[in-house]
Design a protein around this ligand. Structure first.
Ligand code: NDP
Length: 320
């Protein structure tokens, strides 16, 4: 089963391995496969699910809502996000204005077939809307019970600090930030994590296996495996391209195999376990194109990587 961790200094517990459906539901995979992945997550003990209105232009929320239908709502933690446009486009169809936030939460609740989401997240920072307006809209959504908690995604340390202060004045808490984080992408360690610890926010981290790269299946000089994200022309290939094409990086990743072997883990499990060693991380957000990947990766819950092996991981990846 999957361990729970508290989200920030709130009382909300989330599964430290949380299932996310970016690029897969409503896009790369058929709905039957999407449902099978959600079922595999539930079977493994995952109760926290992350999506966003913009994923597959709203279809990801619809597919997740269908897949979770019939589950006991109290036993689930459902997260979604607002920021990017989802419709044909209109003057107010993006950003964190009061109008876009209010329109968006209604759309998300309808597609997810629920009366409330547990966590509503600002998908990015909006430089064009006064932060006071954004935070007031979030405060109202919490008071209306449409979202129980508020988080942000990919905000800088300064943005988090400013949002946190306003939220406190308005009587609620920012409890999480959702950044990219993996053994190949450690930017948050410098400023975001220390600031979040100080203010009582957790990280819910995305792409812990670097979209598949840290599974070791992309070999230097070799074509990408059939059916992988790198071959998904609906969007995945473009998103993962930043990691591919760098044979030196792919060669370094291969050096993690003996370390995974020593721990009796697959490379995917090692990558997920690695992000969970950071005590400011409340959850690793795993994606999956098939149920077997969920069943495999979820076994990273509770794994402790000894300090000497963490150092060897740094050495292998050139982070020391
Ligand atoms: P991962 O790093 O977990 O990558 C998932 C992909 O890697 C899978 O779809 C699969 O792709 C491959 N993979 C995973 N496990 C295995 C395995 N055991 N063996 C082989 N291949 C494997 O995370 P994602 O990039 O999918 O992101 C996860 C979640 O994070 C998203 O669903 C979303 O909720 C969130 N997110 C948030 C963002 C934000 O801005 N806030 C941005 C991006 C994501 P395949 O089989 O197709 O190769």
């Amino acid at each position: 089963m999957v361990n729970y961790r508290y989200l920030g200094n709130s009382g909300l517990k989330v599964t430290e391995i949380t299932y996310g459906n970016w690029l897969t539901h409503g896009s790369q995979v058929e709905n039957d496969t999407a449902k099978a992945c959600v079922q595999a997550a539930l079977d493994a003990g995952i109760t926290s699910f992350d999506t966003a209105d913009v994923y597959a232009n709203t279809k990801a929320e619809t597919v997740l809502g269908e897949a979770l239908k019939g589950q006991r709502r109290q036993s689930l933690e459902i997260f979604t996000k607002v920021y990017w446009p989802t419709g044909p486009g209109g003057a107010n169809d993006s950003g964190l204005s009061r109008k876009h936030i209010m329109e968006s939460i209604h759309g998300s609740l309808e597609r997810l077939q629920t009366d409330y989401v547990d966590l509503y997240q600002a998908h990015r920072y909006d430089h064009d809307t006064p932060l006071e307006e954004t935070m007031q809209a979030f405060a109202d959504i919490v008071r209306q019970g449409k979202a129980l908690y508020i988080g942000v995604s990919e905000w800088t340390a300064d943005q988090i600090r400013a949002g946190h202060a306003l939220a406190q004045d308005l009587g609620f808490q920012l409890i999480s930030n959702q950044p990219q984080y993996s053994a190949l992408w450690r930017v948050i360690e410098e400023e975001v994590v220390p600031t979040s610890k100080e203010l009582g926010l957790s990280q819910i981290v995305w792409s812990p296996v670097a979209q598949g790269v840290l599974t070791g299946k992309y070999k230097p000089g070799a074509p990408a495996p059939a059916g992988s994200r790198a071959t998904d022309e609906k969007g995945g290939a473009r998103m993962i391209s930043r990691f591919l094409g760098d044979d030196e990086l792919l060669a370094r990743v291969q050096k993690l195999q003996p370390i995974a072997d020593e721990l009796g883990l697959s490379m995917a499990q090692l990558a997920v376990a690695w992000v969970l060693q950071n005590d400011n991380v409340a959850a690793a957000l795993i994606g999956a194109s098939r149920p077997e990947q969920v069943a495999e990766n979820v076994k990273a819950s509770g794994v402790v990587i000894p300090p000497e092996l963490l150092t060897r991981i740094d050495d292998a990846l050139g982070d020391s």
